[in-house]
Write a protein that binds this ligand. Sequence first.
Ligand code: ZN
Length: 875
Amino acid sequence: QTVKLDAYSETDFVFESVFLTIRLFDGSAEIESEIRLRRREGSGADAPLVLDGDELTLTFLKLDGDRLPDADYDAEPGGLTIRSLPAAEAFTLTIGTRIVPEENTKLMGLYRSNGIWCTQCEAEGFRRITYFYDRPDVLIPYKVRIEAPKVAAPILLSNGNPGETGDLDSGRHFAVWDDPFNKPSYLFAMVAGDLERVGDTFRTASGHDVTLAIFTDKGRSHQAGYAMDALKRSMAWDERRFGREYDLDVFNIVAISDFNMGAMENKGLNVFNHKYVLLDPDTATDQDYAGVETVIAHEYFHNWTGNRITCRDWFQLCLKEGLTVFRDQEFSSDERERTVQRIGSVRRLKSMQFPEDQGPLQHPVRPSEYREISNFYTATIYDKGAELVRMIATLLGPEDFRAGMDLYFERHDGDAATIEAFVKVFEDVAGIDLSSFALWYHQAGTPTLTVTEAYDEAEDRYTLTLAQSLKQGAAGTGTKPMLMPVKIGLVGPNGEDRPLNPSQGGEIREDVIQLSEAEETFVFDKVGGRPYLSVLRDFSAPVTLDHDQSESDRLALARLDPNPFNRWRILNDLIGERLAAAAGGTSEPAQNPLGDELVTAILETAGDDRLDPAFRAQVLNVPADTEIARLIGENVDPLRVYETATRARKTIATAGTQVFERLVAAAPADAAFSPDAASAGKRALANAALGFATLSDGHPDRAFARFEKASNMTDRQAALAILVFRFPEHETTHRALDAFYARYEDDALVLDKWFALQAAAPGEDTLDRVQKLSTHPRFTLKNPNRARSLIGSFAGMNPTAFHRRDGRGYAWFCERLIELDAINPQISARMATAFRAWRTLESERRAKAEDALRDLAKLPHLSRDLRDIVDRTLA
Ligand code: ZN
């Protein structure tokens, strides 16, 4: 049942083209797939054709127009095997299947959401529509004819360019779509429904006019304007930055309300979770705006990194995902503010990827085996994958990196490629050997970078030693030293970067040390006085830093480092370390776990009007409890972590009363709304300040006033979160929650926020409220966004309630998980990763979590998805 990388072999038959006819009816769909194919030269003359299927029913099977005798094939729900096929010449198979989109609760393949027929095929959903070689290395042109009732589905969409349309009998009509680009089955898509359309156009750099459209549910198209703007900016950016133009006459996006993931890059027809399309100031936060911009860009960028060049097999998933995340991060950095974007990406990496890389679900960026590929759409593949591309860019510098990307597009356009091919283009353009870098793709785990410094005052000589080490983890994939870029600066007392010309240890290009050995030492002569070392600038490699730097050096750098990312990083690391030390012990934690000087430095930065407000908001954003837990590493008591972090926040609040009063007053809640990054930064700072001001005055009134006055969802939700998190049982909070509900009851995306906030409120008592909410008439496990908003938020974002000491959090969660697993295994498996840090808990909770997991593992009917996660979490 385990799929292995080294078992890869080409298909026995070569597909040349496919013509799909999809007939949609209320309650069923008939699919006719006409495949042109021939036996591959060199494969055995009697090898059968073995096609993938998943829960399929065959209705007929023809070879060159004639029905095949029953003895020549075996049709199972999970596959179709055909024998006695022609030895050499090309032939045509026509395969009929019948499916029920209305009953497809897994939301993979062809399903119906809100009356709309739509598809999700990545990774292995196409086999739920028809029997096929459902693997990414089978690249062919698709022609598609959709037939559907006109009233239910006036809009009929598929990949490529639109062709013939027309009427049929009995109130039905049809549309034909032609995709001239070879593609794998996972990029197939079809949508049919009564949708509203927003149109626009884009002229490419070479003068080709592209018709753009976003399709939404009825009455929602006014919320698609920002997504359209983001699309046009993405198209222009990919031309400027990577020389990549769009290649079809049309580009369509459809917003769907039931969707497993964020969105999908199907050729010419991107299908989106409506959460990443629909926005307006009254219903969406600044974070939602940034999310839409990122996901629109990400899916669009896949047209080149994913579609034109795809993956040979699913082991290469990071080839398209890591690279495309890198591209969308660069887009957001260019469109917004680079340092703030980098802080966001690093926070995400450390909070999502580091725990994965350091726990039982560890896997390399390019895995070599899997049981269920859906479980590998992970932070490691996406976010660490993006970091690896970023490291290549840092090691090569911008010109060689661009040349390498150009060569990648030139050499591999139309290919189903591999990671080796990707790394090779950079070796070729730069004339270097990247084999020790390539280990990053194969060795799982977070390396530790140990930094040691010495300064010889008499000689004015500064010595820097960098050492790397990697511990063997759950994946057992090796621990060799890997080439990594370490960006550094030697900073003088006035915040100036000194020249980096070591007399021993090798050359440093710009500010990047190319560390390749287990340990390397650099000696700098006549440095002009003891410098402050600013290391790992911009988080140039995804490592854990072990740097025994004095507090006074760190606090000095927090004020003077010319690298603004590191000013944030140094403060954030200090806060994390102090909180972990205070929350990890067993003795009574100190009254002020941060220490006075650190608090002063935080407040100075937060109050410094010369700095970007968004940056200052990030400084005030204390590391999440789960991050502190990860830093503690063992015997974690989540309640103690929460209490320690709260005490630290209170200390900041009390010491900074004046700063916070001023910041709150400077940003009135009823100010006019603009979604740009600078305005969003001001709101983020004001709302962070409001949180601290509320902590020091201990009263909900101010947050409630702001909640009522808010002109936009960002301020409204921020105020509501303060009420729900700090005063969960206060009458004022109930008033605010009821008002919010009454106003947004019919807006699914906003109602998700209402559920999610309540489920994330810290404290063991939240379980009772969440239990009650799970019986709310608006709650359902069938809609992934809604399920995530309550159950996902509870288990994934609320350590105090999920890890209740009495184990009731686990018990309740596991019951929901089992219900969910019968509906939608991808979502249940994803949610079960909430257990991934169970071994780091203190003994009482650890035992309860283990019992809960073992009880799950014993159940006979778990999906393959969920079983894979449970087994690996326990292993
Ligand atoms: Zn992607």
